[in-house]
Ligand binder design. Sequence first.
Ligand code: GAR
Length: 218
Amino acid sequence: MGGRGDSGCMKPNSGCMKPNIAVFCSGNGSNFEALVKNNRKGKFPGSIELMVTDNADAFAVLRAQRLQIPVLFVDPKRYVSKEDYEKVLVRELRRFSIDLILLAGFMRILSPYFVKKFRNRILNIHPSLLPAFKGAHAIKDAFEYGVKVTGVTVHFVDEGVDSGPIILQGSVSVENNDTLSTLEAKIHKLEHRIYSQAVNIVLTKKWKISRRRFVLLS
Ligand code: GAR
Protein backbone atom coordinates (compact mmCIF):
# COMPACT_ATOMS: atom_id res chain seq x y z
CA MET A 1 0.00 0.00 0.00
CA GLY A 2 1.26 3.46 -0.81
CA GLY A 3 1.08 6.97 0.61
CA ARG A 4 -1.93 8.89 1.87
CA GLY A 5 -3.93 5.83 2.84
CA ASP A 6 -5.76 3.41 0.66
CA SER A 7 -9.28 4.52 0.01
CA GLY A 8 -11.73 7.35 -0.57
CA CYS A 9 -10.29 10.78 0.05
CA MET A 10 -7.03 9.24 1.27
CA LYS A 11 -6.22 7.46 -2.00
CA PRO A 12 -2.60 7.98 -3.07
CA ASN A 13 -2.36 11.05 -5.29
CA SER A 14 -6.14 11.55 -5.16
CA GLY A 15 -5.41 15.26 -4.80
CA CYS A 16 -7.94 15.46 -1.99
CA MET A 17 -6.39 17.38 0.87
CA LYS A 18 -9.59 17.74 2.82
CA PRO A 19 -10.32 14.35 4.36
CA ASN A 20 -13.22 14.12 6.77
CA ILE A 21 -12.05 13.01 10.20
CA ALA A 22 -13.91 11.38 13.12
CA VAL A 23 -12.45 11.25 16.63
CA PHE A 24 -13.54 8.40 18.92
CA CYS A 25 -13.57 9.05 22.71
CA SER A 26 -14.87 7.30 25.83
CA GLY A 27 -13.96 9.73 28.59
CA ASN A 28 -12.30 13.05 29.28
CA GLY A 29 -11.61 14.04 25.68
CA SER A 30 -8.57 16.29 26.21
CA ASN A 31 -6.86 14.80 23.13
CA PHE A 32 -10.03 15.33 21.10
CA GLU A 33 -10.12 19.01 22.12
CA ALA A 34 -6.40 19.45 21.31
CA LEU A 35 -6.94 17.83 17.90
CA VAL A 36 -9.86 20.13 17.08
CA LYS A 37 -7.94 23.23 18.17
CA ASN A 38 -4.80 22.19 16.27
CA ASN A 39 -6.88 21.38 13.17
CA ARG A 40 -8.47 24.83 13.34
CA LYS A 41 -4.99 26.35 13.60
CA GLY A 42 -4.06 24.52 10.38
CA LYS A 43 -1.62 22.04 11.98
CA PHE A 44 -3.02 19.24 9.81
CA PRO A 45 -5.34 19.22 6.79
CA GLY A 46 -8.89 17.96 6.62
CA SER A 47 -11.64 18.69 9.06
CA ILE A 48 -12.94 17.00 12.18
CA GLU A 49 -16.56 16.38 11.29
CA LEU A 50 -17.66 14.08 14.10
CA MET A 51 -16.96 12.89 17.64
CA VAL A 52 -18.02 9.29 18.23
CA THR A 53 -18.53 7.98 21.73
CA ASP A 54 -19.66 4.80 23.46
CA ASN A 55 -20.39 6.77 26.66
CA ALA A 56 -23.18 9.34 26.75
CA ASP A 57 -21.79 10.75 30.03
CA ALA A 58 -18.24 11.29 28.73
CA PHE A 59 -16.82 14.76 29.39
CA ALA A 60 -15.78 14.63 25.73
CA VAL A 61 -19.47 15.13 24.84
CA LEU A 62 -19.49 18.51 26.61
CA ARG A 63 -16.23 19.46 24.91
CA ALA A 64 -17.76 18.56 21.53
CA GLN A 65 -20.81 20.72 22.22
CA ARG A 66 -18.56 23.64 23.20
CA LEU A 67 -16.47 23.14 20.07
CA GLN A 68 -19.60 22.71 17.92
CA ILE A 69 -18.63 19.27 16.65
CA PRO A 70 -21.54 16.84 16.06
CA VAL A 71 -21.64 13.90 18.48
CA LEU A 72 -22.58 10.36 17.54
CA PHE A 73 -23.42 8.22 20.57
CA VAL A 74 -24.02 4.58 19.80
CA ASP A 75 -24.76 2.55 22.93
CA PRO A 76 -22.93 -0.80 22.70
CA LYS A 77 -25.30 -2.26 25.32
CA ARG A 78 -28.12 -2.15 22.78
CA TYR A 79 -26.41 -4.67 20.50
CA VAL A 80 -26.03 -8.40 21.08
CA SER A 81 -22.72 -8.70 19.27
CA LYS A 82 -19.74 -6.44 18.72
CA GLU A 83 -20.20 -6.80 14.98
CA ASP A 84 -23.83 -5.60 15.15
CA TYR A 85 -22.64 -2.54 17.09
CA GLU A 86 -19.79 -1.87 14.67
CA LYS A 87 -22.08 -2.25 11.64
CA VAL A 88 -24.03 0.73 12.94
CA LEU A 89 -20.77 2.67 13.39
CA VAL A 90 -19.67 1.84 9.83
CA ARG A 91 -23.05 2.92 8.44
CA GLU A 92 -22.93 6.24 10.32
CA LEU A 93 -19.29 6.90 9.38
CA ARG A 94 -20.23 6.37 5.73
CA ARG A 95 -23.15 8.80 6.15
CA PHE A 96 -20.66 11.46 7.31
CA SER A 97 -18.19 10.44 4.52
CA ILE A 98 -15.47 9.83 7.09
CA ASP A 99 -12.02 9.07 5.62
CA LEU A 100 -9.88 8.92 8.75
CA ILE A 101 -10.59 7.77 12.33
CA LEU A 102 -8.58 8.99 15.31
CA LEU A 103 -8.97 6.99 18.52
CA ALA A 104 -8.38 9.29 21.48
CA GLY A 105 -9.06 7.49 24.74
CA PHE A 106 -11.61 5.17 23.10
CA MET A 107 -11.55 2.26 25.55
CA ARG A 108 -13.10 -0.37 23.31
CA ILE A 109 -11.22 -2.87 21.18
CA LEU A 110 -12.34 -2.72 17.56
CA SER A 111 -12.94 -6.08 15.89
CA PRO A 112 -11.18 -7.36 12.75
CA TYR A 113 -14.45 -6.63 10.88
CA PHE A 114 -14.18 -2.90 11.66
CA VAL A 115 -10.40 -2.70 11.18
CA LYS A 116 -10.75 -4.25 7.72
CA LYS A 117 -13.33 -1.63 6.71
CA PHE A 118 -10.85 1.16 7.56
CA ARG A 119 -7.50 -0.54 6.96
CA ASN A 120 -4.63 1.93 7.67
CA ARG A 121 -7.15 4.68 8.23
CA ILE A 122 -7.51 4.26 12.00
CA LEU A 123 -4.89 5.87 14.26
CA ASN A 124 -4.59 5.46 18.03
CA ILE A 125 -2.64 7.30 20.69
CA HIS A 126 -1.23 5.30 23.58
CA PRO A 127 0.48 6.78 26.65
CA SER A 128 3.65 4.67 26.67
CA LEU A 129 6.54 3.76 24.43
CA LEU A 130 4.98 0.69 22.80
CA PRO A 131 5.44 -2.23 22.91
CA ALA A 132 6.07 -1.51 26.60
CA PHE A 133 3.06 -1.07 28.88
CA LYS A 134 0.13 -1.96 26.64
CA GLY A 135 -3.37 -1.78 28.08
CA ALA A 136 -5.63 0.66 29.87
CA HIS A 137 -3.31 1.86 32.70
CA ALA A 138 -0.07 2.49 30.85
CA ILE A 139 1.09 5.63 32.69
CA LYS A 140 0.52 4.09 36.13
CA ASP A 141 2.09 0.79 35.07
CA ALA A 142 5.23 2.54 33.76
CA PHE A 143 5.47 4.76 36.87
CA GLU A 144 5.10 1.82 39.26
CA TYR A 145 7.63 -0.22 37.29
CA GLY A 146 10.14 2.55 37.93
CA VAL A 147 11.11 3.40 34.36
CA LYS A 148 13.38 6.42 33.82
CA VAL A 149 11.99 7.17 30.37
CA THR A 150 8.46 6.69 29.09
CA GLY A 151 6.39 8.47 26.46
CA VAL A 152 3.66 8.43 23.87
CA THR A 153 3.05 6.34 20.74
CA VAL A 154 0.81 7.12 17.77
CA HIS A 155 0.19 4.01 15.69
CA PHE A 156 -2.12 2.50 13.11
CA VAL A 157 -4.74 0.18 14.52
CA ASP A 158 -4.54 -3.42 13.39
CA GLU A 159 -6.30 -6.57 14.60
CA GLY A 160 -4.21 -6.76 17.78
CA VAL A 161 -4.24 -4.62 20.93
CA ASP A 162 -1.88 -1.59 20.85
CA SER A 163 0.05 -3.47 18.19
CA GLY A 164 -0.17 -1.72 14.79
CA PRO A 165 2.69 -0.04 12.88
CA ILE A 166 4.17 2.91 14.78
CA ILE A 167 3.90 6.32 13.12
CA LEU A 168 5.50 8.54 15.75
CA GLN A 169 6.79 8.29 19.31
CA GLY A 170 7.90 10.91 21.82
CA SER A 171 9.61 10.42 25.15
CA VAL A 172 9.49 12.04 28.58
CA SER A 173 11.92 11.44 31.40
CA VAL A 174 10.74 10.37 34.83
CA GLU A 175 12.54 12.40 37.50
CA ASN A 176 13.02 11.40 41.13
CA ASN A 177 10.52 14.01 42.28
CA ASP A 178 7.81 13.00 39.80
CA THR A 179 4.54 11.68 41.18
CA LEU A 180 1.97 9.76 39.15
CA SER A 181 0.04 12.98 38.61
CA THR A 182 3.05 15.05 37.47
CA LEU A 183 3.99 12.25 35.08
CA GLU A 184 0.40 12.12 33.75
CA ALA A 185 0.53 15.88 33.15
CA LYS A 186 3.82 15.57 31.21
CA ILE A 187 2.43 12.72 29.10
CA HIS A 188 -0.81 14.54 28.29
CA LYS A 189 1.08 17.69 27.30
CA LEU A 190 3.17 15.64 24.89
CA GLU A 191 0.09 13.78 23.57
CA HIS A 192 -1.69 17.03 22.74
CA ARG A 193 1.19 18.00 20.45
CA ILE A 194 2.36 14.70 18.98
CA TYR A 195 -1.04 13.38 17.86
CA SER A 196 -1.55 16.32 15.48
CA GLN A 197 2.01 15.92 14.18
CA ALA A 198 1.35 12.26 13.40
CA VAL A 199 -1.94 13.05 11.64
CA ASN A 200 -0.15 15.68 9.57
CA ILE A 201 2.53 13.18 8.54
CA VAL A 202 -0.05 10.57 7.50
CA LEU A 203 -2.08 13.11 5.52
CA THR A 204 0.69 15.09 3.84
CA LYS A 205 3.66 12.75 3.29
CA LYS A 206 4.11 9.81 0.99
CA TRP A 207 4.55 6.61 2.98
CA LYS A 208 4.21 2.87 2.87
CA ILE A 209 3.98 0.07 5.37
CA SER A 210 6.67 -2.50 4.87
CA ARG A 211 7.15 -5.47 7.21
CA ARG A 212 5.08 -3.65 9.86
CA ARG A 213 7.24 -0.53 9.56
CA PHE A 214 5.77 2.84 8.71
CA VAL A 215 8.26 4.18 6.16
CA LEU A 216 8.34 7.76 4.82
CA LEU A 217 9.10 7.84 1.09
CA SER A 218 9.95 11.51 0.76
C1 GAR B 1 -4.90 9.31 26.81
O1 GAR B 1 -3.82 9.39 27.72
C2 GAR B 1 -4.69 8.20 25.82
O2 GAR B 1 -3.36 8.05 25.45
C3 GAR B 1 -5.18 7.02 26.60
O3 GAR B 1 -6.35 7.47 27.23
C4 GAR B 1 -6.17 8.85 27.56
C5 GAR B 1 -7.38 9.61 27.12
O4 GAR B 1 -7.34 10.93 27.60
N1 GAR B 1 -5.44 5.90 25.76
C6 GAR B 1 -5.17 4.64 26.12
O5 GAR B 1 -4.74 4.33 27.21
C7 GAR B 1 -5.47 3.61 25.04
N2 GAR B 1 -4.95 2.34 25.41
P1 GAR B 1 -8.30 12.02 27.02
O6 GAR B 1 -9.71 11.41 27.06
O7 GAR B 1 -8.19 13.19 27.95
O8 GAR B 1 -7.88 12.33 25.64
